[in-house]
Design a protein around this ligand. Sequence first.
Ligand code: NI
Length: 426
Amino acid sequence: MREQEKVFKDPVHGYIYVHDPLIWDLINTREMQRLRRIRQLGTAYLTYPGGEHSRFAHSLGVYEVIRQVISHFERNGYGWPAEDRRLAYAAGLLHDIGHAPFSHALESVLLTQHEQWSEQIIRHPETEVHQVLADVAPDFPALVSDVIGKRYPGRIIVSLVSSQLDGDRLDYLMRDAVMTGVDYGRFDLPRIVRILVPKHDRLVARQSGQHTVEAYLLARYFMYWQVYFHPVCRAAEVLLRNLLERAKHLVRCGEREISPFSALNRLLAGGYGVADYLAVDDSLLLAAMHSWRDHPDGVLADLSRRLIDRHLPKYFELQAPLSQDRLSAVVDLVRTAGFDPAYYCTVDEIGTVYYDYYLGAQTGTHGDGLFLWDETSGALTEMSQVSEPIRAMAQETKRKVRRIYLPEEVAGDPRLSLQLNRWIRP
Ligand code: NI
């Protein structure tokens, strides 16, 4: 029975095939199953009702993209280290194993990074993923962790898991587009797989696939503005972050038993280990918020009700950073309306960091640009050198979005909003 092919039905890839018993065993570990209870897009489902898909589905998808790319290399006789196939599969499947609930909000409150947790969970002798990996070879967990941490010497394996055209991005962009219904975020994934070639120890695209890569980069650009940077998606993220900051503040002021869940309480208190981290998922956090609706702390109770009932903060777009004077004036307005500005007045700046690579690719500082391979001359050319649309997009990196988020009661007050508009618009 164990040798039988396993198949998952999937809205992005049609089918996901598992032949290797190692992959099947990894899928069935409790750490992988936990990812079923973590939404891929955090709070974006409050904006896009379809965006409810899990990190689990995404992780299977990353494995499947890597499986397809490797199969394409092998069928076409491209030189590639076949003995590392399992390593690439395992690293792709497990790359998000350390994700915190609700995408990135909790990470920023705990000042931690999921990439480091992924490695820690893989290396920790008591986790099931570690035990399954260690059955392959005692050093196998460390190798998988090295691929995820980009320290593994075989660069081609690393770039299958993280680079400009890696399994991770190819799956999440396409999956997020399909699930949210943002159609212009889709691209021709099967053709991307077919134009990839391992050259000079990195993943590059055949020159003939230039337009396919352009379409992919444009899709990615749309997804950033339509989903990841969407003002209402960010509003929910800002609200959740402020709520968790308040909970953390109360715990650190002495309320150790803030929620019915000891693992979450320890996370917020700051002294926690792998087991506590893994015990917390979206459902647990939502249950904690339900319990906080009636919490004696008015701020925590109010923010929890706002998130659960979807009363998201309203935003004003800032054309330039607010001067200290004006910011203080807004803070005063918020306070006068009866809200604590620390939790009800948030300036959110996004933009450049996500687009770093376009500029990096252009200036050559990043070393991680997207390259086209000329089949005749064998030359590699960085994408923005030959593509007008990509050059234009690189210009876009200079765009930075700043928004100020305020409670509806403040933002909606005609007198205040008139004043705010005067200050906020240039
Ligand atoms: Ni991922």
